[in-house]
Each structure stands twice: as C-alpha cells, then as structure tokens.
Design a protein around this ligand. Structure first.
Ligand code: DOR
Ligand code: ZN
Length: 472
C-alpha cells in the first residue's frame, strides 16, 4: 500500500471529539484515522504537531458573480480566496448571468466554474416564481444543493442582478414576488424534498420606511436600519414559517440578522417543523455602533443591527438553533462601495475571513473547537446532503482537511486577500487561530498562506436529500 499523504501527530477535531491521531489519505479519500503506524510508502508526510486537524470547512453562501459582473469577482479569485482561508468546498449562489434557473444553465455553470475552481463547489438553483416553475424538478435532478429565493428583492429582467435600491415603477425589473406566488414556489420545492432558502426582508415595509427616511433626508447608519429594521426580517421569517407549515417545505432562513427572528425560528423548531437558519460573521462580530469606525464598507443586506441582536444571535449559535455559519461573500469594487451609505450596493468579501473569524471566537472562548467543526463542516454538509463525501473525517469520505494553528496571531489585512475586491469590514482585526493548510481531496491547495495545486476543484452534487439540522 502506498499512501498519498499522512497528516501526522495532529489533534483531530470533530463535532463530538478531540483526540490525537494520524490521518492516512489514499486516492483523495480518508483511508484511516488512527494512532497506529500503518505499513506502506508515504508520498507526503505532513507534520501537524501542535496543530488541529478539522474536516474541511464549507462555505455554503458565496456570490462569485461569474458569469455576470466579473469586474467585482470571479470564480478563479473566490475559490483561491477560499483555499487561502481554509475553505475546501463552496456553494455558489445562482444569481449569475445567466442564472442557474434551468437544467441547461446548470450544465453550463458546472463547466464554466469547474474550469476555474481551486476548491470543490456545489451549485444553488434559483426560484423565479412562474418564470421557472417547470425547471425546479429538473434542477433537482441535475443536483442543485438547494433552492434560493430572494424574498423581498427585485431583480433586473435581463441581467438578473439584485436591485439594491428598488423602487416600484422601475423599468426592466422583475418586481418582488407576492405571497401567493411565494406559496406556490414552496409547494413546488416541497415536491423535490430540497431546502427552500430565503433572503428574508419584507419589501412592502422597506418601501414605506425608506420612503419616510428619505423624506426627512436621513443618511446615517441608524437611518439605514430605520428603513430596513428588525421587523422587515421578522415579518418575512414569520410568513415563511407559516407557509412552510402549510406546504411542508424545508425552509432555511439565510443570513439571519435579528434576535427576534431567532425567537420565531426556535419556536418553529420546537414545534418540530423542518426549519433551519444560518448566520454570517458580520452579524456575530459587528453591530451598528461599529459604523463610526468601519464606515460604509459594512453595508450588507439585511443590515447589521444592534449589539443586543448580536448577543442574541450568539446565544442561538450556542444552543443549536443556528445550523451553521457562512460568509455571504458578496464583493463589490472599492469605487462602488465608496459612495453615500444610501446608494452604494450591499455586501463585502467574506469567504477568506470566515474561518479565521470563527476560529478567533473559539480562541476567545465564545465557542469550542468542536463547535467550529459542527458549524463550519458537519452541519452544512448534513443539511444539504453532501455528508457522504464532505464535512466529516469518516474513512471513505473525501480527504478534505483544514489544518489550523490556534497559536498563530495575526491581523486580517486587506492587501493579503485573494479576492478581486478587497472590501472588508475586518481590515486590521486581530485574529488568533488561523488555517495553515487546506487540503481538497488529498491535494494541498494552501500551505502556510501560499496557494499550491490550484485549479483542481470539482462539482459536488448531493448524495442524499439532506437532514434538517438544528439542536445540539
Ligand atoms: O449584502 C448583500 N449582498 N446581501 C444580499 O442579499 C446580496 C449580496 C450581493 O449579492 O451583493
Ligand atoms: Zn447572499
């Protein structure tokens, strides 16, 4: 027997256990996790003494904008950024141009992204109401990880780009869908058994409240939240829960930002409904008052809310309401983000800073290393049904590993980021706990911050329907 790799003397971390062991890799798969010395030649021996070896981290929410506005980002850059940041699999959002709205575009996107990928990737499918209702089952057959619905967003009719500042009456726009049509989308997706994941902000309320703010000339961060408050999220979350109860769909709330939303979601979970929720670093590490120092870079939708919301979100990370943490990597150029808070687009880079930020929270004792394995690897893999290959260290699964040095201290620095755009809210943020090696199917794609063996990422389609993941 010849081994492709051995990761030696590391501390292995799973969602449940922490123990010293060596990991043997063969043909891109985990062959053994053992304290015994196995016979056979070893092509590459990796000394992980003093390091922690995690199942490869997964980022289920990235917008590489490819094909589409690739002047902001593309898949080559976003997956190199992923590799640099310890992420072994990304899930690419479907609002590209063309979008992943039918089976033919799924195939096109598969080929287009695989040619550029440095880490493995799954594809989201988009729900566009009556515009693609016949394409939902075929997209499921092709292997989308889940379906995304931008609830409360208008999208451009030709480019499918999100309208960050939509006003009724704008031309060439697919306006936000009405509740009846949302209900039909849920019925349709329920038939596939896949997750129906929603951006949750109520556009009617946002129109009214932003109208009020604009009328009084409000331009501050508090004004931004006044136009898109907690209630905008809560209304959609609650409507989603009630429609999910009626349709049986597995509802997933994307990037939750408000504590009150989590109360509703937790209550729905306690009822036994198949409802899950994720959050992102900006809702865990930032709050409204940070705007004074960070500025418009931190504008995201839904907006980052109060410190009280942030603390409530942490509680629901700790108690298992929140299934996983992902980045909502949504780059815009420096120039685009350098305008008035009101007019600039929402979103920033995130795929490369996700794991360092979450590891830093573990260093600070907010969560355990086992929680990190649960929130960045095991749960996302189970939720979307790729856990037969991803997210664990079970022998026979892909040898996707993230090796972490919990003693390494360094600030996040924008100039070190690998994305096309370097817009981040975390420039200068001190982090203790950094990924130092990223391994995808046995290939080392990052070592000590340097990229290696790039360009070999592959599509991963679900092996099962996935599990509703909540609770501890
Ligand atoms: O801030 C955001 N940016 N929120 C979204 O929902 C979309 C994203 C983007 O694609 O720019
Ligand atoms: Zn997003």
């Amino acid at each position: 027997m010849a081994w492709q790799k051995r990761i030696k003397n590391g501390t292995v971390v799973t969602a449940k256990d922490t123990f010293l062991a060596d990991i043997y890799v063969s043909d891109g798969k985990i062959a053994a996790v053992t304290t015994e010395e196995l016979a056979g030649e070893i092509d590459e021996d990796v000394d992980a003494t003093g390091k922690f070896v995690f199942p490869g981290f997964i980022d289920t929410h990235i917008h590489s904008r490819d094909p589409g506005p690739t002047y902001k980002e593309d898949f080559t850059h976003s997956t190199q950024a992923a590799a640099a940041g310890g992420i072994t699999t990304v899930f690419e959002m479907p609002n590209t141009n063309p979008p992943v709205n039918n089976a033919a575009n799924f195939d096109r996107q598969h080929a287009h992204l695989e040619a550029q990928a440095s880490v493995d990737f799954a594809l989201w499918g988009i729900c566009l109401g009556h515009l693609n209702e016949m394409d939902i089952a075929p997209l499921d057959d092709k292997g989308v990880a889940a379906f995304k619905f931008f609830w409360g967003y208008a999208v451009h009719e030709e480019t499918y780009q999100l309208m960050y500042n939509y006003k009724p009456g704008m031309e060439k726009v697919i306006p936000p869908f009405h509740d009846g049509e949302v209900y039909k989308m849920m019925q349709n997706v329920a038939g596939t058994g896949r997750v129906f994941a929603v951006h949750a902000e109520n556009n009617d309320l946002i129109q009214t409240l932003t109208g009020e703010v604009e009328a009084r000339g409000g331009t501050t961060y508090d004004d931004l939240i006044a136009g898109r408050p907690q209630l905008a999220e809560v209304l959609t979350v609650q409507a989603g829960i009630d429609m999910a109860r009626a349709t049986g769909v597995r509802l997933h709330i994307l990037h939750v930002s408000a504590g009150e939303s989590l109360k509703r979601i937790r209550a729905a979970q306690n009822e036994g409904l198949p409802i899950t929720v994720e959050t992102c670093p900006h809702y865990l590490f930032l709050a409204a008052e940070d705007y004074d120092t960070i500025g418009a870079k931190m504008k995201v939708y839904p907006p980052v809310k109060t410190a009280a919301d942030r603390e409530e979100i942490w509680q629901h990370v700790a108690n298992g309401t929140i299934s996983h943490i992902c980045s909502d990597h949504a780059p815009h150029t420096e120039e685009e983000k350098d305008g008035s808070l009101w007019e600039i687009p929402a979103g920033m880079c995130g795929v490369e800073t996700l794991a360092p930020l979450v590891l830093n929270a573990a260093s600070e004792g907010k969560i355990s290393l086992n929680d990190v394995a649960r929130l960045l690897a095991e749960n996302p893999a189970r939720l979307f049904g790729v856990d037969d290959r991803k997210g664990t260290l079970v022998p026979g699964t892909d040898a996707d590993l993230t090796i972490v040095d919990m003693l390494k201290e360094a600030p996040i620095q924008r100039e070190n980021l690998h994305s096309k755009s370097k817009v981040t809210a975390y420039d200068g943020f001190d982090v203790k706990g950094w990924p130092v090696m990223t391994i995808v199917r046995g290939n080392t794609v990052m070592q000590d911050g340097d990229l290696r063996e790039t360009g070999r990422g592959q599509l991963v389609t679900p092996g099962n329907k996935g599990a509703t993941v909540y609770g501890l």
